[in-house]
Design a protein around this ligand. Structure first.
Ligand SMILES: CC(C)(COP(=O)(O)OP(=O)(O)OC[C@H]1O[C@@H](n2cnc3c(N)ncnc32)[C@H](O)[C@@H]1OP(=O)(O)O)[C@@H](O)C(=O)NCCC(=O)NCCS
Length: 150
């Protein structure tokens, strides 16, 4: 079941995201980048993020197993628990975020994809628009900018 996240959910969301980053994204990025990325999704930062995003969770038998967030037309994040990947949850979360953008009057969604999620987004019609580089504290991470008419 998809539902809007509450502030009380954020501790579980943060734990889930950090687990996914540590287990899935860690195969593609350096340990320094993985640590910074986990920090970016620490509880305090999610508490700020929820104030200006539509933040949703996918709940299964009372447990949060997927997370998604969108700000305007910009998809900020999608994370699915490693045990639940490949079962269609990512698709449901993505479609729900696109629906929120549509309801808010947008005709195009945009996002910065990680290396590992590139083909997932392509599968749902997102097109590559070039690199998006974040540089912080001497770390440099390259994402792929992607857009889709919704
Ligand atoms: C990317 C992610 C959200 C996909 O979630 P998921 O629940 O495993 O995806 P789904 O099961 O809904 O997959 C839907 C479709 O996309 C395809 N797909 C999923 N992940 C894919 C990948 N990494 N590469 C290619 N295709 C992929 C599936 O095969 C499926 O195709 P089908 O509809 O033809 O059967 C998940 O792997 C994840 O959390 N990754 C780590 C976090 C991350 O990098 N998030 C993106 C941040 S921008």
């Amino acid at each position: 079941m998809i539902r809007k996240a509450s502030k009380e959910d954020l501790i579980n969301c943060s734990e889930l995201i950090q687990t996914v980053i540590g287990q899935v994204n860690a195969k593609y990025y350096s340990p320094e980048i993985i640590l910074a990325w986990q920090e970016y999704n620490a509880l305090l930062n999610l508490e700020e993020e929820i104030k200006h995003t539509d933040f949703i969770v996918y709940e299964e038998k009372g447990a949060i197993v997927g997370v998604g967030a969108i700000e305007g037309a910009h998809i900020k994040k999608i994370y699915v628990s490693p045990n639940y990947q490949g079962k269609g949850l990512g698709k449901v979360i993505l479609e729900s975020l696109e629906q929120r953008a549509r309801e808010n009057g947008f005709v195009e969604c945009e996002l910065n994809s990680t290396i590992n999620a590139l083909n997932f987004y392509k599968r749902f019609g997102y097109e590559e628009k070039g690199p998006f580089i974040i540089e912080k504290n001497e770390l440099s991470v390259t994402f792929t900018r992607m857009t889709k008419r919704i």
